[in-house]
Design a protein around this ligand. Structure first.
Ligand code: GLU
Length: 460
């Protein structure tokens, strides 16, 4: 990512001091703590990195995985800074990680470990509604966020904004509707927006709209599952392959995403899913002919070793960092279009922002105006009927008189965010010949915004 950022910096002609300030990771906390598991003490290691604090709180997920390390956490914290800037979420960037295989522990043990980890974060000032707000990431979800929020609340009952200390919480614990599927929904909205611009579509050697496009998805976790589900159910796309850890399923007519997902949840594997061909070598399936490839699993899946064989015309990076710098260059030379992670998967943090606002304002979105909107709708239809003498059809009446609820507002806010960010990247590409990809455009936009805020407050 450093090389990608450097490339953008060289285009902007930024003061080297400011460039260094933007690139540097602000602070990183390493923790080692013991937890008694089945009568024996186990030592756990974790990190929380804060990349930038030009806006507060610093924001970003916490991942529970065996491969977590400090370099990865710092790089992902930097990516959060750029992500927030691209989608205009007024937060700094942060990321956390704990070395753990969550499958090895039962629910109670996971709770104990998560609460202990949270205690360390809170005590060291790395978890707080005003300064540092974690969220789910790989290996964590609503359950862990509820434990973290509860631990913080016990330590700081006097903090009126305690529930804003993490996002991605269950709805009945201060979460917001639409957060769980937000990243996948954002991927869908990003692709929809891309396909609204025929010139951009042609640049990827594609034609027509999103409907009917053949899509290969890598990783049916929270992000991949929701993206694949929405794109197949709402947009008429065909999910022609799903790649998982233990192999891949292929069906040129389109896979039933919901059924495959349920099968994985029940059987912990995709092997044996009925009615489709199974391939052991999942990595090979990344190279399958398709219109859109959505890597939604780990980092560095598309690298210099396989980049030349990738046949997709468009890659939507739903995971963080799935394409290496070398692969990015090779793909670009071959005319493969990449929608970058910092934009494509920013739906999660965007809805986290909405959740945080909901928490600090202590009210559900739509609570005050929903019935008012409904009433106005009734009045307008009644007036229309009276003046024209035409009876408004019941279905239309229902739509006109329905006040927006929280989920409607979250979706509308997310859709608007994804559209605006794409248009900003697109405009820059069209108006600056040095900006030769959406990725460079995304970084140039983000770095400009961050630099402006550094210069405005005089920190350089
Ligand atoms: N973990 C997600 C990401 O990488 C969400 C971060 C957040 O909501 O703060 O973008």
């Amino acid at each position: 990512m450093d090389l990608m950022v450097d490339r953008a910096i060289s285009i902007i002609d930024l003061d080297p001091g400011i460039a260094d300030a933007i690139k540097a990771c602000n602070s990183v906390l390493q923790m080692r703590f013991p937890v008694k598991i089945k009568g024996k003490l186990e030592i756990f290691t974790g990190w929380r990195a804060v990349h930038s604090t030009h806006r507060l709180p610093a924001k970003g997920g916490i991942r529970f995985a065996t491969g977590v390390n400090q370099d990865e956490v710092e790089a992902l914290a930097a990516l959060m800074t750029f992500k927030c800037a691209i989608v205009d979420v007024p937060f700094g960037g942060s990321k956390g990680g704990l070395i753990i295989d969550p499958n090895k522990y039962d629910r109670d043990e996971m709770q104990q470990i998560t609460r202990r980890f949270t205690l360390e974060l809170v005590r060291k000032g790395f978890l707080n509604p005003a300064t540092n707000v974690p969220a789910p990431d790989m290996g964590t979800g609503q359950r862990e966020m509820a434990w973290m929020a509860d631990t913080y609340k016990h330590l700081h009952p006097e903090d009126i904004n305690y529930s804003a200390c993490v996002t991605g919480k269950p709805v009945h614990h201060g979460g917001i509707r639409g957060r769980t599927e937000a990243t996948g929904r954002g991927v869908q909205y990003a692709l929809r927006e891309y396909f609204r611009h025929p010139d951009d579509v042609r640049a990827a050697n594609l034609e027509g709209g999103l409907g009917g496009k053949r899509i290969v998805v890598q990783g049916l976790g929270n992000v991949g599952y929701h993206a694949a589900k929405f794109l197949s159910e709402d947009d008429g796309c065909k999910i022609t392959a799903i790649i998982e850890r233990d192999g891949a399923l292929i069906n040129e007519d389109g896979l039933p995403v919901e059924d495959v997902y349920r099968y994985i949840v029940e059987n912990k594997t995709i092997k044996g899913f009925p009615g489709t061909s199974f391939v052991d070598d999942g990595a090979k399936v990344l190279e399958m002919d398709c219109d859109i490839l959505i890597p939604a699993a780990l980092e560095a899946q598309i690298h210099e070793g396989n980049a030349d064989r990738i046949q997709a015309r468009l890659i939507a990076e739903a995971a963080n960092g799935p394409v290496t710098y070398g692969a990015d260059q090779k793909l670009q030379q071959r005319g493969v279009v990449i929608l970058p992670d910092a934009y494509v998967n920013a739906g999660g943090v965007t809805v986290s922002y909405f959740e945080w606002i909901r928490n600090i304002s202590h009210i559900r979105f739509g609570r005050m105006q929903r019935r008012q909107d409904e009433l106005r709708g009734h009045q307008i239809t009644a007036m229309l009927e009276e003046h024209t003498g035409v009876h408004v059809d019941e279905k239309l009446k229902q739509n006109l008189t329905r006040g927006a609820d929280e989920l409607d507002l979250v979706r509308s806010g997310l859709d608007d965010t994804m559209r605006m960010a794409f248009q900003e990247m697109r405009d820059l590409r069209m108006n600056d010949e040095k900006v030769d990809s959406y990725r460079t455009a995304a970084y140039v936009i983000a770095i400009k915004k961050i630099a402006t805020s550094y210069i405005d407050i005089g920190v350089y």
